[in-house]
Design a protein around this ligand. Structure first.
Ligand code: CA
Ligand code: CA
Length: 199
């Protein structure tokens, strides 16, 4: 007795036709999933580098806002001198105001030093010297100016940092870079200004 192939599954031709239709659909679904996953990683990476940059900026402001304008100094290669107006600097010394008396000199706390230093293997030449994908990167340090060993890191993977004053107004420019989990590099650049407190 000859069985009817229709009642016992698919014929070879039907299977081939089915596979011909299904395989491209399967590939399309998989590749769409890959694109979506990559896109999520890119979005997460962009959001993360932005959040990091804002956090570093907030840390800097927390320490710099109470700075006494008259106490600020920059190193000109020879000595510590007053910073010039509207000139960007990467290192700054200052003392914070403890209290403002009704008369006489304000009470100043211990001096601090805020500085940007290039990572080992990098030079400030607009190139990625150490091959990690970041250009002219370094860290921002804060220390008591009479105790370099007290320094702590306020931010790393910083490609650009500068501080500038115009009267009582202070400007900070900051760029951070980091890779997401797929290796794509993300950068966030932030510029902000604020008025020094109690000056
Ligand atoms: Ca580098
Ligand atoms: Ca460099």
């Amino acid at each position: 007795m000859i069985r009817n192939p229709r009642t016992h599954g698919f014929t070879a031709i039907e299977l081939m036709i089915g596979l011909t239709i299904l395989v491209p659909i399967l590939f399309a679904v998989l590749s769409t999933g890959t694109v979506v996953t990559r896109s999520m990683a890119v979005n997460e990476g962009a959001a993360a580098v932005w959040a990091d940059t804002v956090q570093i900026k907030n840390r800097i402001l927390q320490f710099l806002r109470p700075a006494s304008l008259g106490s600020m100094q920059i190193y000109d290669g020879m000595a510590w001198v007053l910073p010039a107006e509207a000139t960007p600097y990467q290192t700054l010394r200052y003392r914070t105001l403890d209290a403002m008396p009704v008369t006489g000199q304000p009470y100043l706390k211990r001096g601090r030093e805020l500085s940007f230093q290039l990572d080992r293997g990098e030079t400030a030449d607009g190139k990625d010297n150490d091959g990690d994908g970041l250009v002219d990167e370094g860290r921002i340090f804060l220390a008591f100016s009479d105790s370099p060993a007290s320094r702590s890191v306020l931010g790393s993977h910083i490609e650009q940092f500068s501080m500038m004053r115009k009267g009582r107004r202070f400007f900070i420019s900051l760029q951070r870079a980091r890779r997401d989990r797929n290796g794509t590099m993300h950068r966030a650049t932030l510029q902000t200004s604020f008025y020094l407190r109690n000056n």
